[in-house]
Design a protein around this ligand. Structure first.
Ligand SMILES: Cc1ncc(COP(=O)(O)O)c(C=O)c1O
Length: 345
C-alpha cells in the first residue's frame, strides 16, 4: 500500500532530481577537505546563513551536540527549554559525552523562553556553582506547535546572553520554515546567534544531513570533534549533492507545506471527535487532541488510520502531531480528513 505519511517531515524521500545529482556527484575524501560537492554545500550554507563557515554533519543531533561540545567545558551549564529537542530527545548527549549540565526552563506557549527566566537562571560567580555558558533556542519550536520565533525576540535573547558573558546557539532544525512563515530572510533570524544548526533532511527533502554554521574558529573545532565522534564521512559528496538542491530549490516551496497544513487543520476542524489546537498550524505541523468524550485512544486511532492508508504519530494517549511535507499533496490532505472521519465515526 502507498501510505500517506504524516508522521514527520523526516520521512521525505529524495526527489528524482536529487537522486540524479547524487549519482553524478563529483566526490573526494572530505576528511582531507577534498570533496568539492561538500565544499560547495558548506559555502552555500554559510552564505545563506550569513556566517563565516559551515560544516556538513550526519544529523541534527550531531550538529547540536558539536555546538554544545565546542561552546562548553565539562561542568558548565546550558539554559534550554524544557520542551526542547536538545533537552528531551537527544539521548542526554550533552551530559553523557560532554559532562555538560542542562538547566531546563519552561517554554512559554509561544515557544519562547521568558527573558526574565533566562536572567534568573544565569548562575552567579560562586565556588559552589557551575558556570552558565550557553543559551539554546529552538526555531521553529516543535513541541509548542511548530511555532516560529521572531527575529526581535532572538535579538533580545542574544543581547541578554552576550551582556552576561554567555553564547547563543539556535537549534534551527526547521529554521527555513520559520523564515518562510514570517516572510523574512533567514539571515535576519540567525544574525545574532553564535552558532546555528539546521536540517536538510526534514522539510528540505534531502535524504540525510544537517549543517552547523558559525565562525571559522568554531567550525574548525567542531570539525575536530566531529572526527572524534566518528563523523568524518569521506566521499560524502554523494549525499551533499542532494543538500545543494535542498538549499537552492526547496526553501521557497515550504510555503506550500504551510498552506496544506492549514487546509488539513481546517478539514479536521469539521471532524467530530477531534479538537485541533486553536492557533494550529503556525508552519507545517498540525497539533490536535481526541475529544474528551471519544472512547478511543490515540493508539487505537492511529492503528485504524494505518489500515486506511494514513500514518500518523501519537504524541500521547490523546494527542497527535501531523506534519505536511513535499510528498503530501492536496489529494493526500483530503484523503487524510476522510480517513479520520471514517476512523472516528
Ligand atoms: C527541533 C529538532 N532539533 C533537532 C532534531 C534532530 O535532528 P536529527 O533527527 O537529524 O538528529 C530534530 C529531529 O526531529 C528536531 O525536531
Amino acid at each position: 500500500m502507498q501510505y500517506i505519511d504524516l508522521r514527520s517531515d523526516t520521512v521525505t524521500k529524495p526527489t528524482p532530481e536529487m537522486r540524479e545529482a547524487m549519482a553524478e556527484a563529483e566526490v573526494g575524501d572530505d576528511v582531507y577537505g577534498d570533496d568539492p560537492t561538500v565544499n560547495r554545500l558548506q559555502e552555500l550554507a554559510s552564505e545563506m546563513m550569513g556566517k563565516e563557515a559551515a560544516l556538513f554533519v550526519p544529523s541534527g543531533t550531531m550538529g547540536n551536540l558539536l555546538a554544545l561540545l565546542v561552546h562548553c567545558q565539562r561542568g558548565d551549564e546550558v539554559i534550554v527549554g524544557n520542551q526542547s529537542h536538545i533537552y528531551l530527545n537527544e539521548a542526554g548527549g550533552m551530559s553523557a559525552l560532554g559532562g555538560i549540565q542542562a538547566c531546563p526552563i519552561s517554554n512559554q506557549s509561544d515557544g519562547t523562553l521568558a527573558l526574565e527566566d533566562i536572567l534568573a537562571y544565569i548562575r552567579t560567580v560562586d565556588v559552589h556553582h557551575p558556570i552558565t555558558r550557553l543559551v539554546c533556542l529552538e526555531n521553529t519550536q516543535n513541541i509548542c506547535g511548530g511555532v516560529p520565533l521572531k527575529p526581535v525576540y532572538t535579538r533580545q535573547v542574544a543581547e541578554l546572553a552576550h551582556q552576561n558573558g554567555l553564547l547563543l546557539h539556535i537549534d534551527g532544525a526547521r529554521i527555513f520554515n520559520s523564515a518562510v512563515a514570517q516572510n523574512i530572510s533567514v539571515k535576519d533570524l540567525v544574525g545574532p546567534a553564535d552558532s546555528v544548526m539546521f536540517c536538510l533532511s526534514k522539510g528540505l527533502v534531502a535524504p540525510v544531513g544537517s549543517m552547523l554554521v558559525g565562525t571559522h574558529k568554531f567550525i574548525a573545532r567542531a570539525r575536530h570533534i566531529r572526527k572524534m565522534l566518528g563523523g568524518g564521512m569521506r566521499q560524502v559528496g554523494v549525499i551533499a549533492a542532494a543538500g545543494i538542491i535542498s538549499l537552492e530549490k526547496m526553501v521557497n516551496r515550504l510555503e506550500e507545506d504551510h498552506l496544506r497544513a492549514r487546509k488539513l487543520a481546517n478539514g479536521l476542524r469539521q471532524v467530530k471527535g477531534l479538537a485541533v489546537d486553536k492557533d494550529s498550524p503556525y508552519t507545517n505541523m498540525v497539533y490536535l487532541n481526541l475529544a474528551d468524550d471519544l472512547t478511543l485512544n490515540s493508539k487505537q486511532v492511529s492503528e485504524k488510520m494505518r489500515e486506511l492508508g494514513v500514518l500518523v504519530d501519537a504524541e500521547n494517549a490523546r494527542r497527535f502531531r501531523l506534519v505536511t511535507h513535499y510528498w503530501i499533496d492536496d489529494v493526500a490532505v483530503e484523503r487524510t480528513v476522510s480517513a479520520f472521519e471514517e476512523a472516528l465515526n
